[in-house]
Design a protein around this ligand. Sequence first.
Ligand code: ADP
Length: 220
Amino acid sequence: DRESEAGGVAVVGLGRFGGQLAGALIRLGHEVLAIDRNADLVQRWSDQLDRVVQADATDEDALRQVGISDFRRVVVAIGASVEASVLTVLAMVELGVAQVWARATSEKHAKILAAVGAHHVIFPEAETGERVAHLIVTRMLDFIEFGDDFAIAKVRVPEALAGKSLSQVRPIDQYGVRILGAKLPGEPFEYASDSTVLRPEGILVVEGTLNQLQHFADLT
Ligand code: ADP
């Protein structure tokens, strides 16, 4: 019904990316309608998702028939065929879907998707490649980058600072980063204060620019 589909997400393309995405949405408790033109894939997914439909998603009539306009959020997860991806996004936009998320596989593909009206363009290979490069060459454990190079990172307590309190370290003055919180293995996360001690086995949540964070994480 309309009420429940408002919280649901339609995913087009059950390839490696779309399949992972659909599975994650289900685990997060959302209803998923999946569309793929491949009958074998539709069969394989049919008992895991709420609804799996075999259809050509570039076909507006077919999309109307599955009731796509009842969905506020659609993800076009087709990668290999730029043509199918672009035509599907176009059809979704024309049918008035409020939030069309589209997967790009190249810079040019991303540009076209934005031009035909995708509201969000995601480029998993580029994003993951860039992320993993940072994780490989620095001692950051994880990070989220916001615009303008600003980021929040998860880092081990840098060797050079182990055992010191934040009032001694003065991270903003010394390194330009702010320590938001600390966590020891097996203990809950705690917001940082001047008296927080950087225990050697601790994990920190730190904000700053990516450069500052990398420098901070690598202090030995
Ligand atoms: P991945 O890299 O995630 O495996 P692919 O591009 O190989 O992505 O897979 C995309 C999926 O989208 C495939 O399962 C394919 O059958 C499906 N697909 C491609 N074009 C259409 C279309 N026009 N309508 C419906 N599904 C499509």
